[in-house]
Design a protein around this ligand. Structure first.
Ligand SMILES: [Cu+2]
Length: 357
């Protein structure tokens, strides 16, 4: 049974290795006898050495002369200027030392020096121009996740644009639509750059003001990373690279924000999962309704009442509840390993909702 399992794993691993290494159009050698299977005999290190892409992913996040962050809170609204009726935003990608917790600082790739990057918040139908200067040691691009942009603005390197090289500037321009909860993130070596911190909320307000706007409206971006011996790694579901820190808006509990609301307030939380893992987010004390999925409103008759919602990578869920009960109510991921900081509980994906009289 065990041997069978190893062989199945070995075949999958071999297939993955071959598909990752073989150039398109070149047939892979599938005639190798199992006894010579390099996967069975290789050490993880030598496997990585044979696969430059994998080796790159295993490298710590680094950049020359990384400075401590000058801001401490990410996801704050980004100021803009108006030029000929266009809202003009400026982003600079750069590496900083970002504190996720008292005594724990990671090397992060950021937009404007924070994790998440600054929130772009505009109204449906606005013309927006976003000027991106790349001060990272690596190329990058930005994808406007869920926003309905023209193809040339989609940010896919080698498909819709050339990567923005270090020192270069690229300008994105589009009409903000539709209304809803969206985000922007790197689309260049996303498995490294996004994990390293290149993500931020992009909120589009409806053109017609909401009939019943919430008293409290918070964006919660969920991610993970790995810290080993003071070095930061992109977290990914592969051997040895599992995350050991989990963040909401770039912070791990108890450094996560406490959300204070008044009894009777309508509260909206916009979950955005931007890491590599699914997070079933659970609210104590009060059930909520899912009012929008991936930015799009859920018709009232179809809104589920829940106390836990699983947010998969790339997904957004807007939830709403009326804060009917006073007290300190916990919101946390129910994969309980995700509520630890390097295996110490409590930590990670937790925050407190403080309902006051
Ligand atoms: Cu989780």
């Amino acid at each position: 049974m065990k041997i069978k399992k190893i062989m199945i794993f070995s075949l999958i691993a071999l297939a993955l290795t071959l598909s990752a290494c073989a150039p398109a159009g070149v047939p892979s050698d599938t005639t190798m006898p199992m006894g010579d299977d390099p996967i069975l005999t290789a050490t993880p290190g030598s496997m990585m050495a044979d696969n430059p892409e994998a080796a790159h992913m295993m490298e710590p996040i680094t950049a020359p002369n990384v400075q401590p962050a000058t801001e401490t809170i990410g996801g704050q609204p980004l100021a803009y200027r108006e030029e000929d009726g266009i809202k003009v935003f400026e982003l600079t990608t750069k590496a900083v030392q970002w504190p996720i917790l008292d005594g724990v600082t990671v090397t992060a790739y950021t937009y404007n020096g924070t994790v998440p990057g600054p929130m772009i918040r505009v109204t449906e139908g606005d013309q927006v121009r976003i000027i991106v200067k790349n001060e990272l040691p690596d190329p990058t691009t930005i994808h406007w996740h869920g926003v309905e942009v023209p193809n040339a603005m989609d940010g896919v390197p080698g498909v819709t644009q050339d990567p923005i090289q270090p020192g270069e500037t690229f300008t994105y321009e589009f009409t903000a639509k539709p209304a809803g909860t969206f985000m922007y993130h790197s689309h260049f070596e996303g498995d490294v750059q996004v994990s390293a911190g290149l993500y931020a909320p992009f909120i589009i307000e409806p053109k017609e003001p909401e009939a019943n706007p919430p008293a409290v409206d918070k964006v919660l971006m969920i991610s993970e990373l790995r810290m080993t011996d003071g070095e930061t790694f992109a977290a990914m579901p592969m051997g040895g690279m599992e995350p050991n820190y989990f963040t909401i808006n770039g912070k791990s509990f108890p450094a996560t924000e406490t959300i204070t609301v008044k009894k009777g307030d309508l509260v909206r939380l916009r979950f955005i999962a931007i890491g590599q893992f699914i997070h079933p987010m659970h609210l104590h004390g009060m059930p909520f309704k899912i009012v929008a999925t991936d930015g799009h409103p859920v018709p009232e008759g179809a809104q589920l009442t829940k106390d836990t919602v699983s947010v998969a990578p790339g997904e957004r869920y807007d939830i709403e509840f009326v804060a009917t009960e006073t007290g300190q109510w916990m919101l946390h991921c129910h994969i309980l390993h995700h509520t630890t900081n390097d295996n110490v509980e409590p930590g990670g994906l937790m925050l407190m909702i403080n309902v006051t009289e």
